[in-house]
Every structure is written in structure tokens, then in C-alpha cells.
Design a protein around this ligand. Structure first.
Ligand SMILES: [Zn+2]
Ligand SMILES: [Zn+2]
Length: 349
């Protein structure tokens, strides 16, 4: 099979490698969709920056995989050949407190391995996965929907649940990359009456409006946000990962409001008394999602008839993975996906 490796220096290395074979408790997926994430660009594609859970170990890239089971190992009890699945992209130890809560993302065991970071990911024709890391993809959703849920939509949904977005609330989204687009779309399905988005890029603001992810999109000055939100939105989520975006989100959350920070990176400098204490804010840090919350999201998306693939602006075949990464690196599009035809391809092993 073909697999895409990310050696750094903005390069993609396509290699022929043997098809994987499943061991105990494992399955092999025929890949159908594998989207590219901002963190792939930030910590792997441009240069290998990550440490700890973000340290790339020279494996096949791609941590947002969705595909179909083509082979099961011994001890696999829940899944069968033909099942359509989404990969929760962190394989935890399964035994620590975080894993038991379903937050394998926060597993601190040396056994923890993220797909596309420390073990082979979805940028390949086939993927070897642990049965316990897989969530069933409802019939109503496409594989590309599933890939979008595996990281971006899961992350956005978790954050919106933490700040309990509902029909009582307006939402301010700072940063209109793929996670910001997801937050806007999901907030509307969860009942938010108004979604206001900010981004310094006019292209991203235009795209967010075209996709219906936000009701208004502005660069994010105090004047613009004051006009749109008055004393601030009841809820806010920062998806920018920049100190400026994070501060904008907090300053334009109204008194007693709830804010979530999900954009990775940035250094936040804030007048704590003026912005947080005196304004009685609740702030949640939220890192990706849990397996149970991701399963809940898949179920709700089917009910809401909301297709996350709406945020995908460019699709590429695996053989064009270098072009896919080049486009993703420009930051001008929405989500970039590597996709395969829907018909089964068969094994080469
Ligand atoms: Zn991701
Ligand atoms: Zn663990």
C-alpha cells in the first residue's frame, strides 16, 4: 500500500509499504477519508516541533481517519468486516483515570500513542487500529463527515458542551479556521441564537459567512464587537490559538458568561481583575474530546442532518498528498481532505 510520511521542511514522502495485519483486539481499515489538521502543519509538516504527546515519531501521518473494516484480529468482538468507523485518534493505556473517563487524549502513560504522531495514521490505503479506539459512523453520515469529527468537530463540540451553549446564548467565535467553522455550525444546531465570528483574514470571514457557520464575521475590533454584541456574548470560544484572539474572546464575553479556549498555542496576557474576576467569568480549557462525547456527537449530527464535510473546500487523492499539504499550508481554504473512492479496493498483501 501507499503511505504518506511527513519528514518536515514542508515535504511529503509517499512510500510503498506492506499492508498491515491485525493482531489481538485490532482491525484493519480500508481508508476512505483522512483530513489535514492545523496541528499537523504547526508541529509536523513545517518542522518537527512537538514534544511529549505532540512528538512526531516518523510514522505515516494523518490523525483524522475514517474508513471501513476489512479485516478483524482475534479477540475482536464488537466490530465486523464492512462496519464504517471513525478513529478516536489517541490510543491510551486504557487503565489510568483519564482513559477510564474516556479522555485518552490526556493519558500520561508511556503506552499512549496518537495515530499519525506515534503510530501509523490515516494517510495510507489501510490503517491498523485498536477496536476500542473506533466509533461507529451512522449511515446518514459520509466518511468525510467522519474524518471531520475525528478531531476538529469533536474538539469544537466538547468545548461547546463544557460551556453549555444553548438557546439562551449567543456565541462569539475567535478564529475562523476549520475548528472555528465547526464551532459556529454546531452552536447553531445546539440552539445558539446568534453566532459572531472574528478573524483577521477577509478570505476566512467570507468563507465562514458563505458556509453559514456564522451570522456575522468581523476582523475583531472592540468597536465592531461592541456594535454586534453590546456588553458581550453569553458564551465564547477561542479557536485562534493566538494571544490576541484569546483576549478578544474573554473581553467580549459578557458578565457571568462562559468562555472556552481550544485553539492550541499563544500566550495570553490579561488584566485578571478587570477582565475575569470583576466580570465573574467562567473559563474552560478544553483539549480535543473524549470517546463518549465523540460518539454522542456522531449520533446528534445524524439527527440534526448536519454534515461536517461542509467545511471541506479541497479534496485530493493520496497520490497528491503533497499538493493537499501545500494548499492546507496557505491557510486560505477551509478543511483539506485526502479521500478515496467509495468502492472497496481489496487487499494487496
Ligand atoms: Zn487534529
Ligand atoms: Zn491511560
Amino acid at each position: 500500500m501507499l503511505g504518506a510520511y511527513l519528514p518536515g521542511d514542508r515535504t511529503v514522502d509517499l512510500r510503498g509499504v506492506p499492508d498491515p495485519a491485525p493482531g489481538f483486539g485490532q482491525v484493519v481499515l480500508e481508508m476512505r477519508a483522512s483530513t489535514i489538521c492545523g496541528s499537523d502543519l504547526r508541529a509536523i509538516y513545517r518542522e518537527h516541533l512537538g514534544e511529549g504527546p505532540e512528538a512526531y515519531q516518523g510514522v505515516i501521518g494523518g490523525h483524522e481517519p475514517s474508513g471501513q473494516v476489512v479485516e478483524t484480529g482475534s479477540g475482536v468482538t464488537r466490530l465486523r468486516v464492512g462496519d464504517r468507523v471513525v478513529v478516536y485518534h489517541i490510543s491510551g493505556c486504557g487503565q489510568c483515570d483519564e482513559c477510564r473517563r474516556g479522555y485518552q487524549i490526556s493519558c500520561a502513560s508511556p503506552a499512549r500513542a496518537a495515530y499519525g504522531w506515534q503510530r501509523d495514521g490515516g494517510h495510507a490505503d489501510f490503517l491498523l487500529a485498536e477496536e476500542r479506539d473506533l466509533l461507529c459512523l451512522p449511515e446518514e453520515l459520509t466518511f468525510l463527515d467522519g474524518a471531520c469529527v475525528a478531531c476538529g468537530f469533536g474538539t469544537a463540540y466538547e468545548a461547546l458542551c463544557r460551556i453549555e451553549v444553548s438557546g439562551r446564548d449567543r456565541l462569539l467565535v475567535t478564529g475562523l479556521g476549520p475548528v472555528g467553522l465547526a464551532a459556529g455550525m454546531l452552536a447553531k444546531s445546539m440552539g445558539a441564537s446568534t453566532v459572531v465570528g472574528t478573524d483577521p483574514s477577509p478570505d476566512r470571514r467570507r468563507l465562514a459567512l458563505e458556509m453559514g457557520a456564522v451570522d456575522s464575521a468581523v476582523a475583531g475590533s472592540d468597536e465592531e464587537l461592541g456594535n454586534l454584541l453590546g456588553d458581550g456574548a453569553e458564551t465564547s470560544v477561542d479557536c485562534s490559538g493566538s494571544g490576541a484572539g484569546q483576549l478578544t474572546a474573554l473581553r467580549h464575553t459578557r458578565r457571568w458568561g462562559r468562555a472556552a479556549l481550544v485553539g492550541e498555542g499563544g500566550t495570553l496576557s490579561v488584566d485578571v481583575s478587570e477582565v475575569i474576576i470583576h466580570r465573574q467569568l467562567t473559563i474552560s480549557g478544553s483539549w480535543v474530546s473524549s470517546t463518549w462525547r465523540m460518539a454522542e456527537l456522531l449520533d446528534r449530527l445524524a439527527r440534526w442532518r448536519l454534515h461536517p464535510e461542509r467545511v471541506v473546500t479541497h479534496r485530493f487523492a493520496l497520490t497528491d498528498a503533497d499538493a493537499a499539504y501545500e494548499v492546507a499550508d496557505t491557510g486560505i481554504g477551509g478543511k483539506i481532505g485526502i479521500v478515496w473512492p467509495d468502492a472497496p479496493r481489496g487487499r494487496t498483501r
